[in-house]
Design a protein around this ligand. Structure first.
Ligand code: AMP
Ligand code: GLY
Length: 424
């Protein structure tokens, strides 16, 4: 089977790496991909918002299965575009239609959906641009800190957590005045949930589902969860507190009602569903839905899948996931993201990256790298993810922090405490 992965980050590199191991694969393409994906796939240069160009590539390379990495093309209707086109209709596709992608594309839609299907989540209310006074009144009914979310896609930056009502009021004003562009036309204000977060990944065909290895993401830039939010500085899988009892509650109270809700809304959801969960005293609550895999969680999750991911993806697209069995590696996977100095604020690009030969045998995924004049250089905030498998978080940490020294670029920064908070 010829497969096309759409996207260019560490997540897509990890998915490509895993699919490249499949016996069912004939040829793998990644568009636009990066220097990491080019080791296991052929990169095709495109702009992922250009659906007509994607069509051209699919026909030219006889692609039989498309896997979409990021949310944007899904929210913008790439799946709908395929369904509406006679030549593309029968191409297998992993990713929901735009109606399903609203679970991520509109926080208001997601909250309404959760309330309608009785899925545990933080109490909330939604306000439009002319409802500033009502929004303030609602915040007064909540306790600090205050959680304010722009309704639409804001490249992972649309959430503000304010410690005081004063701060929340001025943040709210900025959002309604357009700080996040159109994404902030509506805002969701919600109760702050206290607990530990984890990321759950479900692959579904609309009727059946499989729960992939779960992971914990480290979002803040600094050790001890200090400093500003990033796209993610590292990940660990499995998550020790996600034991059988907790996962049973997740399945019964969250996964099954979500999939049933999607069917009742007439959404034929085929693809990945990422459920951001908060563990509040042993009870799971949904923080958010995403209609894709997480990044950097995927870099820890893929190495723990022993069975053939491509076979699972084909089954998800065909509606035959009931025929598949997921096999997980019981090992721990730990991922550390190497980032540019200054990230998530301003940072410079184009710095040469040196990777020692010994790393050839290790699991290394590229996120923000490119080739310039024949050499590998940095091209983004998150540059390279290293993943280590081992029998414990401690063992993974020992190995991975040795390996970090084998990769170098100017200004390189990383967290030194990935996994510390969930060691048992
Ligand atoms: P979201 O984009 O909805 O995932 O929000 C980004 C981050 O903000 C989450 O990963 C949480 O760390 C935090 N967050 C969002 N909603 C809440 C909430 N209701 N209570 C506590 N933290 C939250
Ligand atoms: N790591 C969180 C995300 O992908 O949204």
């Amino acid at each position: 089977m010829n497969v096309l992965i759409i996207g260019s980050g560490g997540r897509e590199n990890a998915i490509a790496w895993k699919i490249s191991q499949s016996k069912l694969l004939t040829k793998l393409y990644c568009a636009p991909g990066n220097p990491g994906t080019s080791k296991v796939a052929q990169n095709l240069q495109i702009n992922i918002t250009d659906f007509h160009k994607i069509k051209e590539l699919v026909l030219q390379h006889k692609i039989e299965l498309v896997v979409v990495g990021p949310e944007e093309p899904l929210v913008n209707g790439l799946r709908d575009f395929f369904l509406a086109d006679e030549q593309l209709r029968d191409v297998l596709f992993v990713g929901p239609c735009s109606k399903g992608a609203r679970l991520e594309g509109s926080k208001d839609f997601a909250k309404e959906f959760m309330v309608k299907y009785n899925i545990p989540t933080a109490a909330y209310s939604t306000f439009g641009p002319d409802q500033y006074p009502q929004a303030i009144e609602f915040m007064k009914s909540l306790e600090a800190p205050y959680v304010i979310k722009a309704d639409g896609l804001a490249a992972g930056k649309g959430v503000v957590i304010a410690d005081s009502l004063d701060q929340a009021s001025s943040d709210l004003k900025l959002i309604l005045d357009g700080k996040f562009g159109k994404a902030g036309n509506k805002v969701v204000i919600e109760e702050f949930l206290h607990g530990i977060e984890m990321s759950l990944f479900v692959l579904t065909d609309g009727k059946n589902h499989m729960v992939l290895p779960e992971a914990k993401d480290y979002k803040r830039i600094g050790d001890g969860d200090k400093g500003p939010n990033t796209g993610g500085m590292g990940a660990v899988s499995p998550v020790p507190f996600a034991n059988d009892e907790f996962m049973h509650k997740v399945e019964q109270n969250i996964v099954l009602p979500t999939l049933k809700g999607l069917r009742q809304e007439d959404i034929d959801y085929r693809g990945f569903l990422f459920i951001g969960l908060m563990n509040c005293n042993g009870n799971p609550y949904v923080i958010e839905y995403n209609v894709r895999m997480g990044d950097p969680e995927t870099e820890a999750v893929m190495p723990r899948i022993k069975s053939d991911l491509l076979s699972h993806l084909i089954a998800s697209a065909k509606g035959e996931l009931n025929k598949e069995t997921l096999e997980k590696d019981p090992s721990t996977a730990l991922t550390v993201m190497l980032v540019s100095g200054g990230y998530p604020g301003e940072y410079s690009k184009g710095h040469p990256i040196e990777i020692d030969r010994q790393m050839d045998k290790k699991i290394v995924f590229h996120a923000g790298t490119t080739i310039r004049d024949g050499s590998l250089v940095t091209s983004g905030g998150r540059v390279i993810a290293i993943t280590q498998l081992g029998s414990s978080i401690d063992e993974c940490q020992r190995n991975i922090y040795e390996d970090v020294a084998k990769i170098r670029f100017k200004g390189m920064n990383y967290r030194k405490d990935i996994g510390n908070d969930i060691k048992e």
